[in-house]
Design a protein around this ligand. Structure first.
Ligand code: PLP
Length: 481
């Protein structure tokens, strides 16, 4: 790495991205491509001699960009958003440029300490009780994903119980989540050795707006205890993936306390909204939880990847995950009383300097700027929902809570069309237009279209265009049946 080449080539990349972002609306949100196309365009072996960066960038422009789904396109309403921002990029550049590896305090003291500061800032913004902050005896860490956060907390919960019951008791441990929880939870439970038969997926219904009820969890737990099983872990979600549903944290916390279960709150998407006072009720009861996680890389202007995990008892996490090989004892820790070694809070040893990215985002936009950003998206989603409500051709399937709107098209007046086929067709037509990208979910046998507002560049005009598009395609779909 020499400084002048570094500067020139980095500038070329920034110039390339400037053009990409300037033109982003001109690309179809999803590419018109077929599997295997890229292989036909690229050689089978790497070049023997290095090539200039402008040649490489030209190939990115010609071969890679046309095959991308443009997640930062303002007409991207699929899945959940994965925000990029100028500050997120600046922070990522600093992190990547410095390329330090804060796996232990001693391996990069300021990077470790910045992470501690930034997770405490985020905990305060989200409104978590003091016990999740370092100053309150808890603490936080930046992982790459919620999946990782869930695996680590499951391991901590498992080891806490097995340390008193003995390792054989692993076959009796039971974990609980709703039928709306993210599949990452089930994967995590498998990874930490919970027998598949001991994974309880508790049904939810429209009556509780697809949130878990304390009674349904209590009944499941009681039945397990009666048959000699050990309730281990309950995963509550604030803002489920399919519908944006919310589990009642306080009620579930009381059940978890009563039966000695670890309560985790997964707020991967909606955690960002919790910085606004009008959404704080959704985290009421957090003092009863053992851990909480949210993904700033979704809806908090922080480029991939970044997941905040907070725990009340870091000691439980570190006893499950710590390792102290001799080859890591060579960097002086003498005199360092209580330091955080983040390698013991996660699965891997090596880790990027994510704190830099989140810190730059928070400083550049400020808490007020972030609240305004979230509210803008929520207002756009509200408008879209109002349009659907006012149009008798459509049905809003689950009332919107954050910036996710779920809807479906009704059959033509007096018609008896198969609603699933109708809505599949509508979704395909919307996405084939290239003018928007939405995804679907199925609940109670209903095929539902999800419109998730939250891309960083989305403005009201894009949501209005999406509404025009939905109406046009609905007309076409009705006419062809
Ligand atoms: N939990 C919820 C509620 C989610 O919506 C998602 C992703 O959309 C996840 C977990 C998975 O997050 P990750 O990809 O960071 O593991």
């Amino acid at each position: 790495l020499d400084a002048s080449t570094f500067a020139a080539e980095s500038r070329a990349v920034v110039d390339f991205l400037e053009v990409y972002y300037r033109d982003i609306e001109s690309y179809p949100v999803r590419p018109d491509t077929e599997p295997g196309r890229l292989r036909t365009l690229l050689p089978n072996v790497p070049p023997e001699d290095g090539e200039p960066v402008d040649v490489i960038l030209e190939d990115v422009r010609r071969h890679i960009v046309p095959g991308l789904t443009h997640w930062q396109n303002p007409n991207f309403f699929a899945y959940f958003p994965m925000n990029a921002s100028t500050a997120g990029f600046a922070g990522q550049m600093l992190s990547t440029g410095l390329n330090v590896v804060p796996f232990m305090w001693a391996a990069s003291p300021a990077a470790t300490e910045l992470e501690g500061v930034v997770v405490d800032w985020m905990a305060r913004l989200v409104g978590l009780p003091e016990r999740f902050l370092f100053s309150g005896g808890g603490g936080g860490v930046l992982h790459g994903s919620t999946c990782e956060a869930v695996v680590c907390t499951l391991a901590a919960a498992r080891d806490r119980v097995l340390s008193s019951l003995g390792h054989e008791a692993i076959l009796r441990l039971v974990v609980y989540a709703s039928d709306q929880s993210h599949c990452t939870f089930q994967k995590g439970a498998r990874i930490v050795g919970i027998p598949p038969a001991n994974l309880r997926v508790i049904p939810t219904s429209a009556a509780s707006a697809y949130g878990l009820t304390a009674d349904s969890v209590r009944n499941a737990v009681k039945a397990d205890v009666a048959s000699g099983l050990v309730p281990l872990y309950l995963c509550a979600t604030v803002g489920t993936t399919g519908l944006g549903a919310v589990d009642p944290v306080r009620d579930l916390g009381e059940v978890a306390r009563r039966y000695g279960m670890w309560l985790h709150v997964d707020a991967a998407y909606a955690g960002s909204a919790l910085i606004c006072p009008e959404f704080k009720d959704y985290i009421d009861g957090a003092e009863l939880a053992d851990s909480v996680s949210m993904n700033p890389h979704k809806w908090f202007l922080t480029n991939m990847n970044c997941c905040c995990l907070w725990v009340v008892s870091p000691g439980l996490l570190t006893s499950a995950l710590s390792s102290n090989p001799e080859y890591l004892n060579n960097v002086g820790r003498e005199g360092a009383a209580e330091v955080v070694d983040y390698k013991d809070w996660q699965i891997a040893l090596s880790r990027p300097f994510r704190a830099m990215k989140l810190w730059v985002v928070l400083r550049r936009y400020g808490a007020g700027g972030m609240r305004a950003y979230i509210r803008r998206h929520v207002d756009m989603a509200k408008w879209f929902e109002r349009m659907l409500d006012a149009d008798e051709r459509f049905e809003v399937v689950v009332p919107r809570r954050f910036s996710l709107v779920t809807f479906r098209l009704r059959p033509r007046h007096g018609g008896h069309d198969d609603m699933e086929a109708l809505n599949r067709k509508l979704l395909m037509a919307i996405n084939a237009s290239g003018r928007a990208f939405m995804t679907h979910f199925v609940v109670d046998n209903k095929f539902v279209i999800r419109m998730a507002v939250g891309a960083a560049m989305t403005e009201m005009r894009h949501v209005q265009d999406a509404w025009e598009l939905v109406q046009d395609k609905a007309k076409e779909v009705h006419a062809t049946r």
